[in-house]
Design a protein. Structure first.
Length: 136
């Protein structure tokens, strides 16, 4: 299943944070290796499934199992980046999804919200005009 860009970005952010935790602990794991081959564990699963964004935008993933979450991360890595010369890491993937999300907001969602606000404003203006006419 293809994740929405905001959900994919959240997942990658949580994975990155967890890799940083691994590298700072005495596990002997090196961050550079973890960024290319990230560890997705129960902690990532718990943080992901309990996040408000997942509950709001991808409620079907609230009950996802660890195996399926690992597959989602692997799918993100397998899909790679538009720039084939760029190395695929947790950070480069997160950057890609960040810019994808910003583009979606700028080109789709913000214009829709602006249109809705104009519609609401027009309704309010009409309502105010109606009250003035009735009050006269």
């Amino acid at each position: 299943m293809a994740l929405k860009s905001n959900v994919a970005l959240l997942l990658l952010q949580l994975v990155l944070y967890r890799q940083q935790e691994f590298s700072h602990n005495d596990t002997g794991a090196k961050l550079n290796e973890l960024l290319v081959n990230p560890v997705v564990d129960e902690i990532v699963l718990d943080r992901f499934t309990n996040h408000r964004l997942v509950k709001l935008y991808a409620p079907e993933l609230v009950k996802v199992r660890l195996r399926a979450l690992k597959k989602e991360v692997n799918d993100l890595f397998s899909a790679g980046l538009p720039d084939k010369n760029m190395p695929v890491t947790v950070i480069t993937l997160a950057n890609h999804f960040y810019y994808t999300r910003v583009k979606e907001l700028e080109q789709d969602q913000i214009p829709k919200i602006n249109e809705q606000l104009r519609d609401i404003d027009a309704q309010l203006q009409g309502s105010q005009q109606q009250h003035k006419i009735e009050g006269s």
